[in-house]
Structures are given as structure tokens and as C-alpha cells.
Write a protein that binds this ligand. Sequence first.
Ligand code: ADP
Ligand code: MG
Length: 353
Amino acid sequence: MTTTVIVVGAVFFILAPSVAWMAVLPMPFILWGSFGFQRKLAPRYADVRENASLINSRLANNITGMATIKSFTAEDYESERVGIESDHYRRSNRRAIALSAAFVPLIRMVILIGFTATLFFGGIEAATGQLAVGTYSVLVFITQRLLWPLTNLGQTLDQYQRAMASTQRVMNLLDTPIAIHPGTTPLPATTVQGDIRIDNTSFAYTNQHPVIEHLSLTIPAGQTIAIVGSTGSGKSTLVKLLLRFYELQQGRITLDGNDIRDLNLRDLRRCIGWVSQDVFLFHGTVAENIAYGSFGASIDEIIHAAKLAEAHEFITRLPHGYDTIVGERGQKLSGGQRQVWRSPVPCSKTHPS
Ligand SMILES: Nc1ncnc2c1ncn2[C@@H]1O[C@H](COP(=O)(O)OP(=O)(O)O)[C@@H](O)[C@H]1O
Ligand SMILES: [Mg+2]
């Protein structure tokens, strides 16, 4: 576009300097209008993306929670909520489109003024003999070459803003600072003892009252302990802190005398077997899910682990035994079946736990 404007503009000034300025006059307005307009449009497109993500997550939620919705006969309630969010999406889209649809015609009107002025005043000069008729007809053609491409500028910028609204969301995610910085001390799975000391620790999830306050606890290697407390008292949080899913605000936790912040994060997590309350299974076979994390495990090791978890029996009763496909998130299994074999065999060969 820049090349066109420079080349055609130069030709214009050489051929007919007296009318050339009329063709060039709309350009600053078009440029100024385009960029100003894009600045207005950007937040509207951002709003459209935001609303699209809300309705997407609502739909995804409803589909996964289908059984709950049906059992509570909440279909009408849910479809109303989908309706409301659809409506927000539609409205934000309309706001963006109203602006973007107004833009191109406005640009064209400005262009038309320049075009008409060139035709009219060039025509008068040609009629009075100041401008050769041949030159005039060249002018008529190249004014179009000069000005019409500028309408594309609007469309290009419009598409750019649309794409940027999406790109920005991805970029924001990528720019999220990493809160957990891995340490460097290696922790070989074969030598770990499991001596845990929790030393005067305090922790709160962001902007909330503390979940753990000045807690100290020593768990000698090889001990089995249970932590009991009312729901929401912070039992799971303690385990998550041990895995370094969150960073302590005060105090420290050591494993075999090493501050867990200094340990290599992968080594640390490899040495902890975590059976979460909400078990997540991957689409694949039973054997693949048992071996998850210990990807090189042989079928004998997998069966051994299943026997330790008392899962071997029901697995052999499944239609294809260890090769049964569990379905997405393990939906083809019962809740208890899902949980039982996710008891991992963390530091596998040496410490089957
Ligand atoms: N990811 C999270 N973000 C914010 N607050 C959380 C998060 N997970 C748990 N909490 C809050 O921390 C408290 C302790 O939770 P948790 O450790 O899961 O309890 P429980 O003892 O039942 O395992 C609860 O009040 C819970 O609401
Ligand atoms: Mg819990």
C-alpha cells in the first residue's frame, strides 16, 4: 500500500500538480481515522473474546456436569444461564460489529470527496485547456489506484485487531510469572529416606486468611501417620505444600535435611506418591494409567503394583483386563475403582509402598 501511494502519488504530482493535492488531501484523514478507530475497536474485540470464553466454559461445564443437571432436573435453570451468556456474547459482538461496519463506508465517503474533487477540478482544467485531455484521463484512472487501496487499510486493521484480541489472551497466559522456582540439589529416588520436618510454617492462598499458621511437625522416615481434621482445615493443603504446588509464606519444610525449595522439583515430586481426592485418569488402557509417571514399567511391575493396591482382582474381571480402555477421565469405571490403582509406586523398585 505504501509503495502504491508513493509511486502513484509521485506520478500524480508530475502530471498535474494543480489537482494532485486534492487526491492526496483525504489521506491524512483516512490514516488518522483508521488508527483512531482501531483504538476504539480493540477493547470491544477484547470484550467479545472474553464473553466467548465465558460461554465456552459454561457449555463445557454443563456437558461434564450433565448427570448432576439431570438428577436435579435443573435443565431449565441451566439453559436460562446459557441463554443469558449467549445474549451477552451476542451484544458484545454487536457492539464491535456496529463500529467495524461503520468504518469502511466512512472511509469510502472521504475517498469519494477526493475523487470527485479531482474529477471536477481536473475536468474544468481540461475544458479550459490548462490540462491535456490525455493527462486528465490518466488522472481519472490513477486516482482510483491511489485511493481505493486505502479502504483495504481499514479491513486489514480490523482483522488485525480481531486477531490481536485473541493473541493478547494467549500472551497474557504465557506472561504469567512462574511462582515456583525449582532448586538444584538432586534427590535420587533410590537414596531418599523420607524424613520430613515441617518447621514453623504459615501459608495462605492468595489474599485469604491463613490456612496454616505456625505449624511444626516431624515425620520420621518409615512412619505412617494420618492427619485428621474437619473439612477445609488444611490437610490437603499440607500435602500440596510438600509437593511444592504452592510456596510457603513462612517457615520451611525439609526432606532428609534438605529444604524442599533447594531440591530439584522433578526429583522431589517423583519421590512423593500422591493420591488425590479427585482422581484423574487419562484416556487409555488400565495398564497405561497404572504405569503413568513410570513410563518404562514392565507388565509384571504393573501387575505387582495393582496387587499391592488390591486392584488386580477387579482389573482381571474387566472385559479386556489390563488392556481395557478406561474412557475419558476414566468414566467407564466406578469412583472407587478409579481411586484404588492410582496409589502410585513412587520410588518404584526400592520402596514399593
Ligand atoms: N486452590 C485454592 N485456592 C484458594 N483456597 C483454597 C484452595 N484450595 C483450598 N483452599 C482453601 O483452603 C482451605 C483448606 O483446604 P484443604 O486443605 O483442601 O482442606 P482439607 O483439610 O479438607 O483437605 C479451605 O478453606 C479451602 O477453601
Ligand atoms: Mg482434603
